[in-house]
Design a protein. Structure first.
Length: 425
């Protein structure tokens, strides 16, 4: 981290360009697009309520409001819709990525960002992918094991389970029939490895979903694809896609191939100073934070607050990326604020304390001859309250306020001129 002469705080490699304290790498943003298992909502959260561009995305998608949001046929169009909406919100703030990585299903969102699929085509392809996989895929499960791939491969030897995802140096995903996956996590337990069952209905990226690959390929043949106009590092190959890549073949292969997220993430991180997860949830942000040294933040399009968007805007500002802060205030009631100007504010006279020294006002009267002397008490809160409510200090006839004192109380016998009322007792 370095603080530049103009007060900016920069993260990452600080090779200087033009004496600005910034580099091309540190001011670039990389986008991470989530896959199945991320998020749960279809409402669009606070972003939909705040930005007309986001509202338009959700209106066109016409997602269901009820039902099983984790079901494959619902989850896949739901997740890519969130990613599209997130892109619109970031664009409204003037933020743009220079490279993208899509985790499994998220590669469709990355291709949309890169110009290879328009919004309508993205929704059609995601919906078809979800429906075909739900219909053709055989039941199974998946689990994440906190161990390097080599250790997990040894662990599952002899089990009908495959490595389905390389999520990080110590985050490996396995897939197979439910019973086989349970056997794998039992071995992980014995080896004192942490594990978790993933909330997915199928054994994605395994031979169990192979029947869906051919059907999906036939469906892709009817879709027009454009060139890859921006830099996408594929989680199918672990390499950047060529502009003229055969996307139909790539997406067919993706159905059963393992997800090379760790490899793709490492390549993308070499080019960026900030990673932003664009879509619902925070799964990829967590994986990236554990695997690499580049800061990662989640937009989380399901969030019912704008906290995610503000975090992204703040992080982008910190690395020196241009941010259109005005977009946060468009359509809202504003009052210009002149820095250094003196402002006058309305005040209520009865909210001001009178200029009376209560401590000196409360003095015990001298005892009469033969009277036993009592220790004076501190004025009660009622006395102080009466003194505040009788705002003689802010009244034109403040001098008319006559204070009556005794050994234990102090009262004012005048009326507060700001509002006619019976005299305070």
């Amino acid at each position: 981290m370095q603080i530049t002469a103009d007060g900016h705080v920069l993260l990452g490699d600080m090779g200087d360009i033009g004496g600005t304290g910034r580099t091309a790498r540190t001011t670039r943003i990389g986008y991470l697009f989530p896959g199945q298992g991320s998020g749960r909502g279809t409402s669009g959260g606070a972003l939909r309520r705040r930005f007309a561009e986001v509202e338009d995305v959700y209106a066109r998608a016409a997602l269901p409001a009820t039902g099983d949001m984790a079901a494959t046929a619902v989850a896949q169009p739901r997740i890519v819709t969130g990613s599209m909406a997130g892109l619109r919100a970031l664009s409204a703030l003037g933020l743009h990525g220079s490279v993208a990585v899509g985790h499994s299903l998220g590669e469709l969102s990355a291709l949309h960002w890169a110009g290879a699929l328009d919004g309508e085509a993205l929704l059609r392809v995601a919906a078809a992918r979800g429906e075909i996989m739900a219909e053709r895929g055989r039941p199974g499960g998946m689990a994440g094991i906190s161990a390097p791939p080599e250790a997990v491969e040894r662990l599952i030897t002899g089990l009908p389970v495959v490595v389905a995802g390389y999520n990080g140096p110590a985050q490996t995903v396995v897939a197979g029939e439910d019973e086989a996956v349970r056997a794998a996590v039992a071995r992980a337990e014995d080896a004192r490895m942490r594990w978790t069952l993933l909330p997915v209905p199928l054994a994605f990226h395994s031979p169990l979903v192979a029947p869906a690959a051919d059907a999906f390929a036939a469906r892709l043949a009817r879709e027009p694809f454009g060139r890859v106009a921006r830099r996408v590092v594929s989680t199918v190959t672990g390499e950047a896609l060529a502009p003229d890549a055969d996307l139909r073949a790539l997406l067919r292969r993706q159905i059963t191939a393992p997800v090379l997220f760790a490899q793709a993430l490492e390549r993308a991180a070499e080019e960026t100073g900030l990673l932003v997860e664009v879509g619902p949830g925070r799964v990829l942000t967590g994986l990236a934070s554990e695997a690499i040294g580049v800061p990662a933040v989640a937009l989380d399009t399901d969030d019912e607050s704008l906290a995610g968007l503000l975090r992204v805007a703040g992080a982008a500002f910190v690395i020196g990326a241009p941010v259109d802060h005005g977009a946060l205030f468009r359509g809202r009631v504003l009052r210009p604020l002149d820095i250094g100007a003196e402002f006058a504010f309305f005040t209520s006279p009865c909210e001001r304390m009178p200029a009376v020294d209560i401590a000196s006002a409360v003095q015990p009267a001298p005892p009469s001859p033969g009277e036993r002397t009592r220790r004076p008490r501190t004025p009660s809160w009622r006395a102080a309250s009466r003194a505040r409510s009788c705002s003689a200090a802010s009244s034109p006839n403040a001098s008319s306020c006559r204070w009556r004192r005794s050994a234990t109380t102090v009262t004012c016998s005048t009326t507060c001129t700001s509002a006619p009322s019976p005299s305070a007792r």
